[in-house]
Design a protein around this ligand. Sequence first.
Ligand code: AMP
Length: 216
Amino acid sequence: MNIIFLGGPGAGKGTQAENASEKLKIPAISTGVILREEAASGSERGIKAKSYMDSGALVPDEIIIDIIKQRVAKPDCAGGFILDGFPRTVPQAEYLEAAGINIDLVIDIDVSDERIIARMGGRRSCPNCGASYHVDYKPSRDKKSCDVCSTELITRDDDRPEVVLKRLKTYHEQTAPLKQFYVSKGKLKTVIGQEEVADTTRLTFEVINNFKQSGN
Ligand code: AMP
């Protein structure tokens, strides 16, 4: 089963993609995590990508498509995969079609801009393994270091308030049109993001289970 998670910055698509990955036993691929790893490694592609990310813009399609092309070709994707943060533009979605990469289900995690802005201030990330937390909704066990690798948590450069506003603008202009793209293909299901992560997870699994039971 191949699933896409759509949603604005901080809507919780990464958390839901991880939950679904664990339950369905297929990899969750986050283009944001891959780009941050590349940036941290100091590669030419990573440094170029970081300048776009830190300004709240999207990384150019050709860079990101190249990354996805290589990643979904790996053997662990043979039994299905979850895309978190890709596609983010209509040309990226068209690439998946042109490459013959079938998508079964697109889940849009819908959260208002006001809630996103309020939430992003509390988001914390692990600079080492990319795990994501929130001081109120998803705190790490000791509230300051990563549960997975014990690295001290940070606020991502692109989670600064002024960048969040730019990312929301970018989302509405370039990513939100994907909803109509997938509605027209009968693949889009919407989950209203809830205050509690567990409630959003429950609604997300209802959508996945309904899809499976519908004989797909
Ligand atoms: P995320 O961790 O998914 O919020 O992504 C962080 C940043 O990485 C985004 O704000 C973009 O600058 C960049 N990015 C991630 N995925 C994509 C994509 N599919 N297309 C273009 N830029 C992306």
